[in-house]
Design a protein around this ligand. Sequence first.
Ligand SMILES: [Zn+2]
Length: 136
Amino acid sequence: MKKKTIRCPYCGSPAILRDASYVYGDRSYGGKVYVCSHYPDCDSYVGVITGTALPKGSLANKALRRKRVQAHQAFDQIWKQGILNRQDAYRWLAEKFCLDRGQAHIGEFSDYMCEQLIREASKVLEYNHVSMPMAG
Ligand SMILES: [Zn+2]
């Protein structure tokens, strides 16, 4: 089987499989990441599905990673405000995006999915009369 080269969507360079600590440092959860070969000049990377060499999505630059943080903040309000408990909130998330519970990691969401999640989470918060925290 021919191995497909994974490329950085921003600069077109091939991505290199590295330990997650290469980009996350102390915040590393272990595992591997595909990092743009021009990192850190090109600040672009993505996590790898545990036990495989498969990327979880496309490489993400700083803007997308920031959007993922915003999506996470919106989502977290659902369980932090007690609308659902944390476990049920993640179940809601998985169902919204037709993902297995184990795949429902906002850190791997695309730009589009982040937008959708922010929208969906906002609806839930609005319905429950919880105001969104101001985005930083
Ligand atoms: Zn790049």
